[in-house]
Every structure is written in C-alpha cells, then in structure tokens.
Design a protein around this ligand. Structure first.
Ligand code: DX5
Ligand code: ZN
Length: 221
C-alpha cells in the first residue's frame, strides 16, 4: 500500500489568516491540503471556492490541494478548480447526473479524480467507473461541519473499499474524512485507509507539529 498521507482540513483553520495557517500546517509535516467546498444546497453550510484555491497557490503553496466538492451540480465548477490549481477533485455521486462524465472531465483537465461516499451512500456507485477513479473518499461523518464524532460503521465500509481497490489492481487512494484524531487513526489505518483528513483534531490544538507527529507515531505502529 502507498504511504500514509495526512491531510489537514482547512475548514477548521482560522480563515482570517488562511495563507499563514496552510503554510504552518505544511511546515508542521502535513502532506496535502484538504479543501472543503460547501454550497448551502448539497450540504447545510457555505465555505470557499476556486478564488481561495488560486489565492493559496499565489501565496506559494505547492503541496497537493485535495478539493472536496460538496456542491450540486458539480460539472460547472470542476474547470474553475482545475484552473485554480487543484490537484485532486472529488465529488459526491448524488451531486452529479453523470458520474462517468464528471470523473472523465476531472482527468481531462489534468487533475486526479475521486468519488466521495456519505455514511449512508452505498459503494456500488464504483462498480462501472473504477478505472476512472484516483481516490475513494469515505465520509465518517455526515458532511457539512467540522468537529463531529467519527461514525464507527465507517470502519467496515473502509474494509469493503480496501478489498474493492486491492481486487481491482488499480492505483487508488483510500481517504477517510470526519472525526479522525490521534486516538482513532490507528484503527482507521488498520481498516484500510491510507489518506487521513483531520480538521479540528489538528487546527483545534496550538501545536500542529505535535498532533501530526503523534498521528504519524500511531500510523507507524
Ligand atoms: C465535513 C468535511 C470535513 C471536516 C472534517 O463535511 O468534509 O473535511 O472538515 O473535520 P473534522 O476532522 O473536525 O471532523
Ligand atoms: Zn472534507
């Protein structure tokens, strides 16, 4: 399995100092930047768009930016994020009428593509598009807010997704998002995840490096 990646969710960062926060968390050892896009329609909250992604690039952020679209529809906004410097663009299958087309569009624009599964969304959406997916993102909370508790049934779903990926032979990352912290990251990894989003667990603490180091120590065991 590929290396474990730690992906701080900037949803819990101080938005008034976003550039500085992202630089700080990357200097503290984060691998990729998780960028939550909410539209107050697909999810009950409103966050940031392509302009902010572009602003982070202009600020000198070179790490991969992992754009998690919680918007509906998705196709209109995908080119804007590709243009703004997104590395991964993931979306929820419920938010696209044509998931094959949306996935293909992301790759055609030079980004890595991914599908996101809410806690209650079945994995069968993967069945005919696995060859077009670079990332599977499993939500371990219902999307919309940071700081919620990890839903334990996500562990079983991770095991199922891990088996689907391994059986397929494709190079697909398995990301988990919601309620991840130092105390549960090891069992999440053991269930099959290789990419770990954490918002409040990192940005809610004064010392980002300590949290990330503690997470890595758990992942190493
Ligand atoms: C929830 C977002 C998550 C969220 C995670 O809709 O997709 O990325 O920021 O936050 P924590 O780690 O605090 O659960
Ligand atoms: Zn997210």
């Amino acid at each position: 399995m590929a290396d474990n990646l730690i992906a701080p969710s900037i949803l819990s960062a101080d938005f008034a100092r976003l550039g500085e926060e992202v630089v700080n968390v990357l200097n503290a050892g984060a691998d990729i930047v998780h960028f939550d896009v909410m539209d107050n329609h697909f999810v009950p909250n409103l966050t940031i768009g392509p302009l902010v992604c572009e602003a982070l690039r202009k600020h000198g952020v070179t790490a991969p930016i992992d754009v998690h679209l919680m918007v509906e529809p998705v196709d209109r906004i995908i080119p804007d994020f590709a243009q703004a410097g997104a590395s991964y663009i993931t979306f929820h299958p419920e938010a696209s009428r044509h998931i094959d087309r949306s996935l293909q569009m992301i790759r055609d624009l030079g980004c890595k593509s991914g599908l996101v599964f809410n806690p209650g969304t079945p994995l069968h959406y993967l069945e005919h598009v696995l060859d077009k997916v670079d990332m599977i993102l499993l939500m371990s909370v219902n999307p919309g807010f940071g700081g919620q508790s990890f839903i334990p049934s996500a562990l079983d779903k991770l095991r199922q997704a891990r088996k689907i990926i391994d059986d397929s032979g494709f190079d697909i990352r398995l990301e988990i998002d919601g309620g991840v912290n130092v105390g549960n990251i090891r069992e999440i990894k053991e269930a099959g995840a290789d990419t770990f989003v954490a918002g409040s667990a990192i940005f809610g603490k004064p010392d980002y490096k300590k949290v990330i180091d503690d997470m890595r120590a758990e992942l190493a065991n």
